[in-house]
Design a protein around this ligand. Structure first.
Ligand code: DAH
Length: 345
């Protein structure tokens, strides 16, 4: 009786072991057949009723059955584990022949590149780079630049006022006054100052309410107009080609005397006349002049000892000329199709 029962248990157990595909189920089978409350333990409990001869025989058989089941579970477990590992390896397989994914890199904005190019040149000439506030005092933006409150030339620049005395700077020229003030009447002063400026203009292809300027200032003993001309020639050739000539035309700015506007010979037609220079052979690039004695005096420099030159240019204009860009708004609408054309190698 017990013998048949044991053999039957063995058969059922092995069948379950071999038909399962789950490690968890295998564990359950182990518990249910071989555990303390399992059927084999149950059988062994009934051995007391057996005869002396039968007892060791059945005992031996029960042990064999247990060992067989245990061993088959072990074999099955190893097999299932191997299968699982293989599945995992298969699912994680990578195809090394697939083309790689392109990593898209950013680049400098064209204006940043132009500013950097100008900075590098002037640093090489002994200038340093200064930066100042975009929210500026009326005093520095106008008054200290020889533009008192009722001066008609204030109308040259429509301003965004925040209070009566505070405005968004309309140019980078206030950095002239700020820098001079800091030097407490002692030269030399050599700075360029790039930055954003703001004007109450309606935006169109050639106007923007916010744009950039780069200011230059050199104050020392014996600085002359010819020094300005020399520096501007170096600048024009660096930015627009070695063959450039410059010319200075008389102009007016309240903070310089004399004031000039600088033209360069057209880089497209070499001065013969084309659409870029509108047939004149010359292209207007920037405003400049000798620092007005009033400006020097107001910022603590003695105009009988010191003289200086200053200039102000627009990086947008330089970039538009150099790269044939016909709409200033392109710099500020950040269309990547525009921007990526100027990616540096
Ligand atoms: N600040 C002037 C403007 O915004 C440009 C300028 C002209 C700057 C002459 C200068 C200068 O430093 O000397 O139109």
């Amino acid at each position: 009786m017990l013998r048949e029962k044991l053999l039957e248990l063995r058969e059922k157990a092995l069948e379950s072991v071999h038909s399962t595909n789950s490690l968890k189920q295998l564990q359950d089978i182990h518990v249910s057949y071989l555990g303390k409350k399992g059927p084999i333990t149950e059988v062994l409990k009934g051995m007391g009723k057996l005869s002396e001869e039968e007892r060791p025989v059945i005992g031996q058989l029960a042990n064999d059955v247990r060992k067989t089941i245990e061993q088959q579970i072990k074999v099955r477990k190893e097999k299932l584990e191997r299968k699982l590992l293989e599945q995992q390896i298969e699912s994680e397989k990578i195809d090394v022949t697939l083309p790689g994914r392109k990593i898209r890199t950013g680049s400098h904005h064209l204006l940043a590149s132009v500013v950097r190019e100008v900075e590098d040149l002037f640093i090489g000439l002994g200038f340093s780079v200064a930066e100042g506030p975009e929210v500026e005092e009326d005093y520095y933006n106008f008054e200290a630049l020889n533009l008192p409150k009722d001066h008609p030339a204030r109308d040259m620049q429509d301003s965004f006022y925040i209070t009566d005395e505070i405005l968004l700077r309309t140019h980078t020229s206030p950095m002239q006054a700020r820098t001079l003030e800091k030097h407490k009447g002692k030269g030399p002063v050599r700075i360029i100052c790039p930055g954003k400026v703001y004007r109450r203009d309606n935006d169109d292809a050639t106007h923007s309410h916010q744009f950039m300027q780069i200011e230059g200032l050199y104050v020392d003993k014996n600085v002359r107009l010819s020094d300005l001309k020399g520096v501007l020639t170096v600048f024009a050739r660096h930015m627009f080609g070695e063959d450039r000539e410059i010319r200075l035309r008389p102009s007016f700015f309240p903070f310089t005397e004399p004031s000039v506007e600088m033209d360069i010979s057209c880089f497209r037609c070499d001065g013969h006349g084309c659409s870029v220079c509108k047939g004149t052979g010359w292209i207007e690039i920037l405003g400049a002049g000798m620092v007005h004695p009033n400006v020097l005096r107001m910022s603590g420099f003695d105009p009988s000892v010191y003289t200086g030159f200053a200039f102000g240019m627009g990086p947008e204009r330089i970039a538009m000329l150099k790269y044939g860009i016909d709409d200033i708004r392109l710099f500020y609408t950040n269309d990547v199709r525009f921007l990526k054309q100027f990616k540096q190698a």
